[in-house]
Design a protein. Sequence first.
Length: 146
Amino acid sequence: MSYNKMGFVSPRGKFYSTNGMSHPDWAHRNRQIVRFVGTTNMDYEPAASECAVFDGEGRTALDYFKDEGWIRVKPDQGIEIGGLHEGNLNLVKAILREMARDNPGRTLYVDDGNSSKHVRASMTGRPDFGEIEQPASANGRHQRRT
């Protein structure tokens, strides 16, 4: 399985290619996976089915995917995720390891919805997870208390 392609990774680790579509377009086309039901079109006028891109709160199918823990992969660049925590840290690391192997010497990013963290790949393609490990541990502890 290759994680370093344009697509999404489910919370269980399965990769889904966007097949050339943008992430928002793929999410909209596959909205049934996350049970997204839109109510308005791009102009915020009432709409149904494929024409409805926003729900009652102005959220899109892409928002639903991120809320459910799906990871948006931008090949050779980094990932976007709805939140980084102990529960998804191993999956995030697996994705970044593959990206780092393909991009030795580069810096990848992890956008967790609150900030962007950097993962540097050594010249041999080994990632440095220092920036993402501590925040994930803190988030994991916080989640257990609430």
